[in-house]
Design a protein around this ligand. Structure first.
Ligand code: UDP
Ligand code: MG
Length: 315
């Protein structure tokens, strides 16, 4: 039996070796063969060079170099597409997903679970702002989304071949794997952990990437914002109707011209509500636009230690 470990890396030159050593060490304690698939997400530092070197010395290490930066979720997807294992484990390459937990994931898989998800109870070095926004984001998501999205869910998880093959059939662009995996069903186990600080380097998620990711999560799994815009519209319509009655009353009693305050406020208010509504619709139309183009999710520059290198580079 083979276990694949998929790791997306983006400018992680200081972490790759540490991670490789830790995983190799942990895997030597298990009675499974393993392959370690690094997906280089268009790094601009020496990550690619270090990966080539490791792969040269250890044939169990496979490397896919993406043509450019596609983002964490797509890099993960690429690794999953080319994993051969009977089980596949995805994890971050910065040691925030402790390799020491792998045996536990594997044990749960052996006991018959199809998917083992991990829940990050806390992150040791998270800033107050990141912990706060993450917590309330999940709370909000759970109220809105059509599938359960567990608070603290992470992309550190194990999938067996059956769950992986199903996951591979989800080809949407703006992807939120946590939601998709929650939607898969099968027998799922949960494992709690505390994420240690990053081993080296800085987080590769800036505010813009976080915001994109958060919006993808909401719009991929919920139509609540669209409905909220509709309800907002109905409420505003009701209020406007009362205002119209008021205006007619004012006109009939001969006090016209007095109402410019009401007028000004209602124009601004309604204008604002309309813009929000249009923005929400635009967000969904944008998603439709992305999907309808049917572009590939990612493309590959080169692959190392794969038997099917040619198919990976030119599918
Ligand atoms: N990552 C990636 N592409 C990106 C951003 C991040 O492949 O565009 C990788 C990164 O190298 C790391 C993992 O995704 O292995 C998680 O990223 P990071 O640790 O920066 O996120 P955080 O833990 O701060 O949420
Ligand atoms: Mg990290």
């Amino acid at each position: 039996m083979l276990i694949s470990i998929v790791v997306p890396v983006y400018n992680e030159e200081e972490n790759i070796r540490t991670f490789y050593d830790a995983v190799t060490e942990v895997m030597s304690g298990l009675e499974y063969d393993h392959e370690l698939i690094y997906v280089d997400d268009g790094s601009s530092d020496s990550s690619a060079m270090i990966l080539r070197e490791i792969a040269f010395n250890d044939k169990r290490v496979k490397v896919i170099l993406l043509a450019r930066n596609f983002g964490h979720q797509l890099a993960l997807t690429c690794g999953l597409d080319f994993a051969h294992g009977d089980a596949v484990i995805t994890m971050d390459g910065d040691m925030q997903h402790p390799p020491a937990l792998i045996p536990e994931l594997v044990r749960l898989w052996e006991s018959g679970y199809d998917v083992v998800r991990t829940i990050r109870d806390s992150t040791e070095d998270a800033t107050w702002a990141k912990a706060f926004t993450s917590k309330y984001y999940y709370k909000l998501m759970n109220k809105m989304a059509s599938v359960p999205i567990v608070e603290g869910g992470s992309d550190f998880r194990l999938l067996n071949r059956k769950a992986l093959e199903t996951l591979k059939r989800f080809r949407e662009h703006g992807r939120f794997l946590r939601g998709i995996v929650g939607d898969l069903g099968y027998r799922q186990a949960e494992l709690h952990f505390v994420a240690p600080p990053r081993f080296a380097g800085v987080s590769k998620f800036n505010v813009r990437k976080m915001l994109h990711f958060a919006l993808d999560g909401v719009t991929a799994f919920s139509r609540v914002p669209l409905r909220a815009a509709l309800y907002g519209g109905i409420i505003c319509g009701g209020i406007s109707f009362l205002l119209i009655l008021h205006i007619i009353y004012v006109y009939l009693t001969g006090q016209a011209l007095n109402g410019w305050t009401t007028l000004g406020v209602s124009i601004l208010f309604l204008g604002g509500i309309q813009l929000i509504g249009i923005g929400i619709i635009g967000e969904y139309v944008g998603r439709v636009f992305e999907e309808v183009k049917q572009r590939p999710l990612y493309w590959v520059k080169s692959a190392i230690n794969f038997e099917e290198t040619q198919e990976i580079i030119q599918p």
